[in-house]
Design a protein around this ligand. Structure first.
Ligand SMILES: NC(=O)c1ccc[n+]([C@@H]2O[C@H](COP(=O)([O-])OP(=O)(O)OC[C@H]3O[C@@H](n4cnc5c(N)ncnc54)[C@H](OP(=O)(O)O)[C@@H]3O)[C@@H](O)[C@H]2O)c1
Length: 306
């Protein structure tokens, strides 16, 4: 455990190449900013190129020597995930950090381009496909890490992945969100198991940011309910910068072994300094994670070649 860890503790990231999905906004932006400040090459993987370039310009205005790139990635579309991975491989020869951060929470009910429940498709399956398509680069890069984003909303949930994977499920959007985030955490653990059992040096780590008032809550909505929710989150939660610390800790700390679940150490995990949580071990069911993996390969059409 590290007491009071902040981004000032990040060691020099020179030579590291990092992809941050959703790096244009909120927690992903703060993660990208801190990695760029510490000399990593950072690729903002974004669905909206204008927003991506605005974020890159903002980072460069703070750190003029920052090495920041913007590439198009729409996790709502597995075709875009494939195109992103091909473009990335044409431009870069290594991948030290894959930060699977992008996400949506409780959007209106809809399906992804490939027909999956949107939170499952964007938060989980798109990232599953992305990681599989970049696996060759990840595996050949020394001390590479894949970071997956969980959430307090996934804590104490039983895995019921089969129920919400299908089209037009009847489950609530909050439940779908929690299950999609639980799937990300299961993926992180299973990926680490697969790395370790093949003696691969790469590491897979899950983390959750606690609660931070970002655009995740009520994106685009100006309703009174959304404004009240966002105002109360500002009071109880932490800044997007602090919420990025679990990711930055998982990505850069030399003590990381792989397989950890990192989150804030404060009351109820809402805010605080990043620390290793035991929760993941208590919740984890081996055969479920293996089944989810097999299903995900089938649904995404991406087979992991270790
Ligand atoms: N904020 C919290 O309290 C909290 C708590 C638990 C977990 N998390 C997790 O933290 C992560 C970051 O969320 P945030 O709070 O920083 O929210 P945010 O500010 O809304 O950022 C979400 C990012 O994901 C991107 N994104 C959404 N759909 C995408 C798609 N189809 N393809 C590519 N990118 C897409 C968004 O792009 P656009 O800007 O173009 O929309 C944005 O860059 C999410 O995984 C979320 O589940 C957040």
């Amino acid at each position: 455990m590290t007491i009071g860890w902040t981004k000032k503790d990040i060691r020099d990231q020179s030579g590291k190449v990092a992809i941050v999905t959703g790096g244009n906004s909120g927690i992903g932006y703060e993660t990208s900013l801190a990695l760029a400040e510490n000399y990593a090459t950072v690729i903002l993987a974004v669905r909206n190129m204008n927003k991506g370039h605005e974020a890159a310009d903002k980072i460069k205005s703070e750190f003029p020597n920052a090495d920041v790139h913007v590439l198009k990635l729409d996790l709502n579309d597995l075709g875009s995930v494939k195109e992103f991975s091909e473009e990335f491989k044409m431009k870069f020869r290594s991948l030290s950090l894959l930060i699977n951060n992008a996400g949506v929470m409780m959007p209106p009910k809809r399906e992804t381009k490939d027909g999956f429940e949107s939170q499952f498709g964007i938060n989980y399956l798109g990232h599953f496909a992305l990681t599989g398509l970049l696996l060759d680069l990840i595996v050949k890069t020394p001390d590479s890490r894949v970071i997956s984003l969980g959430s307090l909303a996934a804590h104490n949930l039983k895995p019921e992945f089969g129920k919400f994977i299908g089209k037009k499920g009847k489950t609530s959007q909050m439940k779908n969100y929690g299950q999609s985030k639980l799937a990300c955490v299961y993926f992180a653990k299973e990926l680490q198991y697969r790395f370790r059992s093949r003696n691969i040096d790469s590491k897979s780590i899950a983390c959750h940011p606690g609660i931070a008032q970002t655009y995740l809550f009520g994106k685009g909505s100006r309703s009174l309910k959304t404004r009240l929710t966002r105002a109360s989150l500002k009071i109880i939660g932490q800044s997007a910068e602090s919420a990025a610390y679990p990711i930055l800790y998982a990505a850069t700390e030399s003590s990381i072994r792989g397989g950890e679940y990192i989150g804030p150490d404060g009351r109820k995990g809402i805010k605080g300094s990043p620390t290793e949580l035991e929760l993941l071990d208590q919740q984890f069911v081996d055969h479920v994670s293996n089944n989810l993996w097999i299903l995900s390969e089938k649904l995404s059409g991406v087979t992991y070649k270790f």
